[in-house]
Design a protein. Sequence first.
Length: 298
Amino acid sequence: MTTDESATARPLVYAHRGASETFAEHTRAAYLQAIADGADGVECDIHLTRDQHAVLLHDANLDRTSDGTGPVADHTLDELRQLDFSSWKGARIPDDYGAKSAQFLTLPDLLVLLRNAGREIGLAIEFKHPSPFQLKLEDRVLQVLRSGGWDPATSRLDNITVSFMSFSPDSVKHLLRSVPASAVCQLVDEVNVEEIREELGLGAFTGGALANVMKAAQTEAERILDDCETGLAGPGIDYVREHSRTIRRWLGSGRRFRVWTVDSENDVALCQGLGIHEITTNRPAQVLAQLSAGSRSL
């Protein structure tokens, strides 16, 4: 690709937890919709069940996105399959997107959907930490992928190009021992003490202590990106706005950029103007339409 071509090429669009503005996040319907929308790739978050199955959930607890309660890690896969993970969204699921009982997905379930996409597609896997299983989370996911035919050297599995992400520098360093740097993304975002305390319902002391741990992780994540240890940089859109000088320096180093979660037209335009390579969004159809309209106007 020439310099002129790369300057005008649109960013790749990854569907954040599937087309999660339309259907409940991480469900069969959300991913099938993302594929139908034409997303270049999909993103998912991974936790392990008590019996060591890799399942698609963002939160460590079940309460927000299901009719269950308690930690994911305290439940078996069979127990989770009995829960309703889609009704909270209030969206009617088309018959061809599966029954309510079929919406919960494991990582192997998602791989089947992506294999059947009928085209090349990306899969961005985020490891959620802290995990009660620590770095066994990464090891288990890599084991699942290898058993399905994933090639570590190319990070491909049939028509699927797989990449890996985490906010945890320890997770990223662990991945780099067995995964090409080009397939590893260090995530980074702003640490807001008040937001952390409110979101988790923590007191001043506990919230402050957690924030200090998260700030230390952010500092190490920034060092990893400064030193070009990963091939992918994954700042949040707020970080992009607040640290423009750092973003431009990292862009100048030749890494690919994957920015999340980019839903507004202004943020899409900002990323395109900066030359961001990949956009993660809850609204893949709308973002693709905006990028297509912009390319036609050039």
